[in-house]
Design a protein. Sequence first.
Length: 243
Amino acid sequence: MNQREWLTSCLLSASEDLSEDFLCHVNGRGLPHRLMVDMGVGVWDSYAYEDSQDETFRDRHGTTGQNLQDFISIPLWTPRGVLAGAEWRRWDGDKGVAKYFLPNSKWEPVFTGMTPGVLRKISKGADIWLVEGVFDMALYHFIPDKDVVLATGGAKITKNQVNFLTRFLRKKSMVHVCFDMDQTGRNMAYGYIHPETGKKIWGVGEKLSFSGVNNRVVQYSGGKDPGEIWERGGKRALVVAFG
């Protein structure tokens, strides 16, 4: 069994027989239940897995991922439904985030929240709302049903992600960049001049525009990010912040 097969098997096993506490926690943080199921989000149980044969994984996370025991496991799928890696998070917030990427992530576009069903919606003309992290996908509770939310894995965008948007976004569709309302999020959305080197750092909006992708950088209020806004006031708070 190669590493992709091993990791896929572990992640799918982690998404089975989830406790009510876990479901309440994840759905309470804004991740829609249907998307959670489609992504295969679960709870990592290293005691149930065979040893990983990948030295990098073993060194970082333990032979069976025991350093990740009981973490929330979040598979990262390519648009065609092939595993490209995973992310793990502690239940008590954003601290203790761990990531692991398979070799195909070097040439495949990797977004948190990508599934074949999401790709079909994009191909049919969905707008894409870009956020930083998995729980910022609480934005699903605000956007139109036809649209999708994808997380870029931080305040950034990779060349592979830009190429995907250039290829699959319909001409009349739009990318809404909803990065965090902190300095880093604003800098990386709009672009900025590096204070020490004086070098121009292109923002995500500029990169998308240069590639011919319709986009806008979204300004919102009520919290640092969509996940925080959801936790403060649910759908009503998102409507007030983004409406």
